[in-house]
Design a protein. Structure first.
Lengths: 115, 114
């Protein structure tokens, strides 16, 4: 079946540095990808919708300059957390929508810890 | 505003017992509803979804859910739980017409005793 690969699975970085998270659809084309954030014991919160070849659409309250999203191809979207701070520590999950049938597949997530 | 409520944070059942996970939603129009399961180290997996039609929806792994508009509920059920069902379960509703933009509930952690 369709698989979404998210990399890295976990990352630790120093405060002030930037971190890039990749989301790849391995065997299908995804015109749209979505980025979520999950705090411990809480629900997933939609951060942004990423469309291939265009600017991402951010949800209210999400800083687009801090969370840079690029969707340069039909199989890859990236989320860059810029100038990361400890409060950015969280579990980030991407999902990809299969263009042919609009089925949605989720990556396994990235745990970000900012020291 | 749209929202999803899962009132049970943690549920424990014995293997072989029946299971019901509760989900209530708030949405003005006809909702698109989903149940996902999340196991450690794995992505969310879709169990079932409701868009329209028959209000009793069958999913994978023996799960089913019933959409009750009058109660704004979409509870997940399984007649006999297996130890491998232990995981986190999320109810979600689609935001508007863009499939993939989802509101999630906070999740219910299921523990299964042998």
């Amino acid at each position: 079946g369709a698989v979404v690969s998210q990399h890295p699975s976990w990352v630790i970085c120093k405060s002030g540095t930037s971190v890039k998270i990749e989301c790849r659809s391995l065997d299908f084309q995804a015109t749209t990808m979505f980025w979520y954030r999950q705090f411990p014991k809480q629900s997933l919160m939609l951060m942004a919708t990423s469309n291939e070849g265009s600017k991402a659409t951010y949800e209210q309250g999400v800083e687009k300059d801090k969370f840079l999203i690029n969707h340069a191809s039909l199989t890859l979207s990236t989320l860059t957390v810029t100038s990361a701070h400890p409060e950015d520590s969280s579990f980030y999950i991407c999902s990809a929508r299969f263009a042919a049938n609009e089925k949605l597949f989720f990556g396994s997530g990235t745990q970000l810890s900012v020291l | 505003a749209q929202s999803v409520t899962q009132p049970d944070i943690h549920i424990t059942v014995s293997e072989g017992a029946s299971l019901e996970l509760r989900c209530n939603y708030s949405y003005g129009a006809t909702p698109y509803l989903f149940w996902y399961v999340q196991s450690p180290g794995q992505g969310l997996q879709l169990l079932l979804k409701y868009f329209s039609g028959d209000t009793l929806v069958q999913g994978i792994k023996g799960f089913e859910a019933e959409f009750k508009r009058s109660q704004s509920s979409f509870n997940l059920r399984k007649p006999s739980v297996h130890w491998s069902d232990a995981a986190e379960y999320f109810c979600a509703v689609a935001r508007g017409s863009t499939l993939g933009r989802l509101y999630f509930g906070r999740g219910t952690q299921l523990t299964v005793w042998p």
